[in-house]
Design a protein around this ligand. Sequence first.
Ligand SMILES: [Zn+2]
Length: 118
Amino acid sequence: MSGRVRSMKRRLAKVEQTLADRKKEEDLVNCLCGRHVLAWPGHAKELKAELNRTCPVHGFRQVGLIHCLKFAATEMTPEGEKERFRLEDAELHQVIEEYKSRKLAWKRLRSRPSPVGP
Ligand SMILES: [Zn+2]
């Protein structure tokens, strides 16, 4: 292989790498993953919708930390309200657990080695 061909191959590889890097940067602009999501009782449906959004870049949307607010009942809180707090809290945690399960399944799928072709 002549020096000229080697030089052209190196330059071609550099151009290909630059294009691949640029594509990655463009894709990341569309990424919907985040670092934090706020959740609070009584809004499980909204949280579920938020956690079910997909990222156009990564497929599964990684939301980062889920900060979960909790209403604390006191002895002055009516029993009906205490029960509502408990139900809303349970509903919220169910949505979060479902998200965690889907995230775990997605991670397992990603870490699986790709099948070797013939
Ligand atoms: Zn993403």
